[in-house]
Ligand binder design. Structure first.
Ligand SMILES: Nc1nc2c(ncn2[C@@H]2O[C@H](COP(=O)(O)OP(=O)(O)OP(=O)(O)O)[C@@H](O)[C@H]2O)c(=O)[nH]1
Ligand SMILES: [Mg+2]
Length: 566
C-alpha cells in the first residue's frame, strides 16, 4: 500500500509546482525548440489539470481510462462494465473518435470544472450516464495508435488525468510498438494500471501468449505496479461475447469487474487508489520536471551569451565615443568659430591683456551685455554634433550586435522577428538632444552656484549663466588634446581664450572642478543613452539568473515530493 501522504503538505507542494510550471510556460520564447515548448506545456498541463484537483479533493470520483489499439475491444469492455450499449462497437476502424465517459451527471459536474476532465475539449466528450455508478468514472478513449492525430492527443491527455489505466489489447496486437510507447508514459507517470488481452486462441496457446506478454512487461520494468503488487493481466478468450454482440460475458473479465465494484462500494478504496495515483504522478513527474529544469539551464546559458554579445558591442562603441571626445575636435569648425569670434573679440582680448584684476569689471560688463554672446547657437551646434556622433556609434553597435545574434541559433529568430534591431532606435536622436540639454542645464546650475559667492560675478550672472554654461561645455569639448594641423588654429585658440575667460571669472580651481564634473556627467549621460539602446536587445532575452533560479526551484519542488510507495 502507498504510504498515506500528508494532505496539506501535498496540496502546498502541488500548488508550488503549479505556480512554477506556469512561470516556466510564461518564459517560453520564439526561439525555443518544439520539444522544449512541449515539455513546458506538458508540465503545466499535468500539474494543473490532474495533480492539483486530485490533491485538493481525494474524494472526487476515481477516473478509470480504457486505452489500447483500435479494434482491441475497449468499447466492448465499456459496455461490459456499464451492462448496456454505452459505446458503439464496430468493424470500421477506428470506431470510437471521441472520449465516451460513463459517469453520473453529478460526478461529471464534479470533475468537469477545474477538474481532470476540464483539460479535455468539451466537443470531444460524450457523456453516458445510463449504467454509471457514483464515485466511478470510466472513459473509453479513442485508440492510441490512431491515424487521427487528434485521437492520439486525446488519449495522451487521458493518460495524464487518470487514476487507473486499463490497457486493452489483443492476442495479435499486444507486441505492437505504438501501444508500448503509450504504456511507457503510463509507467513513467506511475499510473496504476492493469491489462486485458482479448481474443486469446483456445488451448495451450493462450497461456503461452499471456506469459510472453507478461515477460514483455517485465522486460520494460513494468511487471510490478507502484503499490508492489504484480500487475493484473486478464486474458479473454476469442468469442467470449454475449449474444447481443456489443459486450463480453461478464465472467470473462471478472477480476476487473470485481475491482471496479470494490471501488464503487468503498469510499476508502477509492481514496486509496486516488492517493496511490497522486503519489505516483508526483514521483512520476520528476523526470519531466528535471528535463524542464535542464531546458531552463540551457536557455540561461544561451540568454547570458546573447546578452554578453550585445553588452560587448555597446560598451565597445561607448568607449570609442568617449575616446573620441577625449581626443577633442568633435565640434564642427563653424560652431567653434562662432564662439571664437565672441571670446576673441577685441574687447575681450584687450581685457585679458590688461590683467585679471581689472578684467573682472570689464567681464561683468561683458556678461551683462551678453545678448550678443552666441550661447544658444553654440549650444545647439554642439548638441547637434554630439547627437550625430552618439547616433552613429549606437548605429554601429546595433548593426554588429544584430549581426552576431543572427549568427547564433538562439539569436537568429529574435533578430529576424525585429528588423529595428539593425539600427539605432528611431527616437535616439531626440532623446540624446533632450539628455544633452539637461546636461547643459546642470552645468548652468553649477555656474550659478560657483558665481554666487563671488558678488561681482553674481551680479552679472543673471544674464550670463547660459554663456557661462556654454563656456564650461566648450571646456569639455574644445580642449587642445590630440588636435593636429589646421584644426589647431581656431579650436586651440578658442580653447585658450575660453580657458582664460573662465579662470578670470571663477578662479582656476573652480573651473577645473566644474569642467571635471561636467565631463563626468557627460559620461553618465552617454552611458545611459547606450544602455537604453542595448536594453532593446536585453528585453528580447530572458534573464539568465531568473531562469536558473526557476530551474533550481523546480528541482527542489519535485525532490521534496514524498516517495510513492512504502
Ligand atoms: N469475433 C470476435 N469479435 C470480437 C471479440 N471481441 C471484440 N470483438 C469485435 O471487435 C470489434 C472491435 O471492438 P471495439 O470494442 O469496437 O474495439 P475498440 O477498441 O473500441 O476500437 P476503436 O473504437 O476503433 O478504438 C467489434 O466489432 C467487436 O464486436 C471477440 O472475442 N470475438
Ligand atoms: Mg471503441
Amino acid at each position: 500500500m502507498t504510504q498515506p501522504v500528508d494532505r496539506p503538505d501535498v496540496v502546498a507542494l502541488v500548488e508550488r509546482l503549479v505556480a512554477l510550471a506556469r512561470q516556466r510556460e510564461a518564459l517560453i520564447g520564439p526561439n525555443d525548440s518544439a520539444p522544449v515548448r512541449e515539455r513546458a506545456r506538458e508540465l503545466a498541463q499535468h500539474t494543473s489539470s490532474y495533480l492539483l484537483p486530485r490533491a485538493r479533493d481525494l474524494d472526487a470520483p476515481v477516473l478509470v481510462v480504457l486505452l489500447g489499439p483500435t479494434g482491441a475491444g475497449k468499447s466492448t469492455l465499456l459496455n461490459t462494465i456499464s451492462g448496456g450499449p454505452a459505446s458503439e462497437t464496430g468493424v470500421l476502424r477506428p470506431t470510437t473518435r471521441d472520449a465516451v465517459v460513463l459517469a453520473t451527471a453529478e460526478d461529471v459536474r464534479r470533475v468537469r470544472q477545474g477538474g481532470p476532465l476540464g483539460a479535455l475539449p468539451e466537443a470531444r466528450l460524450r457523456i453516458v450516464s445510463r449504467g454509471a455508478r457514483t464515485g466511478l468514472i470510466v472513459v473509453d478513449a479513442p485508440d492510441v495508435d490512431s491515424v487521427e492525430r487528434d485521437n492520439r492527443a486525446l488519449a495522451d491527455v487521458l493518460v495524464e488525468v487518470a487514476d487507473l489505466c486499463v490497457f486493452v489489447t489483443t492476442a495479435s496486437r499486444y507486441a505492437d510498438q505504438v501501444p508500448w510507447d503509450v504504456l511507457g508514459r503510463v509507467a513513467e507517470r506511475r499510473l496504476p494500471f492493469l491489462v486485458v488481452i482479448n481474443r486469446l486462441p483456445a488451448g495451450p496457446d493462450a497461456a503461452a501468449i499471456l506469459s510472453d506478454a507478461r515477460a514483455r512487461f517485465v522486460e520494460r520494468g513494468m511487471a510490478v505496479a507502484t503499490d508492489g503488487r504484480q500487475i493484473s493481466l486478464i486474458g479473454v478468450s476469442e468469442g467470449d461475447l454475449e449474444t447481443d454482440g456489443y459486450r463480453l460475458r461478464p465472467g470473462s473479465v471478472r477480476p476487473l469487474l470485481d475491482r471496479l465494484d470494490a471501488l464503487v462500494a468503498d469510499r476508502a478504496a477509492r481514496r486509496a487508489l486516488a492517493e496511490e495515483a497522486l503519489a505516483g504522478a508526483l514521483a512520476g513527474l520528476a523526470p519531466l520536471t528535471h528535463s524542464v529544469a535542464d531546458d531552463l539551464d540551457h536557455q540561461a546559458i544561451d540568454a547570458d551569451a546573447l546578452r554578453r554579445v550585445a553588452a560587448g558591442e555597446y560598451s565597445h562603441e561607448l568607449s570609442l565615443l568617449i575616446e573620441r571626445l577625449q581626443r577633442g575636435g568633435i565640434l564642427r569648425d563653424e560652431v567653434v568659430r562662432q564662439w571664437h569670434s565672441f571670446v576673441g573679440a577685441d574687447q575681450v582680448t584687450r581685457m585679458f591683456s590688461s590683467g585679471i584684476g581689472r578684467a573682472r569689471g570689464a567681464l561683468m560688463a561683458l556678461f551683462r551685455g551678453m545678448p550678443q554672446a552666441p550661447a544658444a547657437a553654440v549650444q545647439k551646434g554642439a548638441t547637434d554634433d554630439l547627437t550625430a556622433l552618439v547616433v552613429a556609434h549606437a548605429h554601429d553597435a546595433a548593426r554588429r550586435a544584430a549581426a552576431n545574434w543572427s549568427a547564433t541559433p538562439s539569436g537568429a529568430p529574435l533578430v529576424s522577428a525585429d528588423a529595428a534591431l539593425w539600427t539605432a532606435a528611431p527616437d535616439l536622436a531626440e532623446r540624446t538632444r533632450l539628455a544633452l540639454d539637461a546636461w547643459i542645464r546642470d552645468i548652468g546650475a553649477d555656474v550659478a552656484e560657483a558665481g554666487a559667492d563671488k558678488r561681482p560675478v553674481a551680479r552679472g550672472l543673471s544674464l550670463g549663466v547660459n554663456a557661462g554654461a556654454v563656456t564650461i561645455m566648450l571646456g569639455v569639448f574644445a580642449h587642445t588634446g590630440g588636435l593636429t594641423g589646421a584644426e589647431m588654429g581656431v579650436a586651440a585658440a578658442t580653447a585658450f581664450l575660453n580657458q582664460k575667460l573662465l579662470n578670470a571669472l571663477f578662479g582656476e580651481a573652480a573651473v577645473i572642478e566644474m569642467v571635471e564634473r561636467a565631463r563626468w556627467r557627460l559620461r553618465e549621460t552617454l552611458l545611459g543613452l547606450m544602455d537604453a539602446e542595448r536594453a532593446r536587445f536585453d528585453a528580447l532575452v530572458p534573464d539568465g539568473a531568473q531562469l536558473r533560479d526557476l530551474a533550481g526551484r523546480l528541482r527542489a519542488a519535485v525532490d521534496d515530493a514524498p516517495p510513492p510507495s512504502g
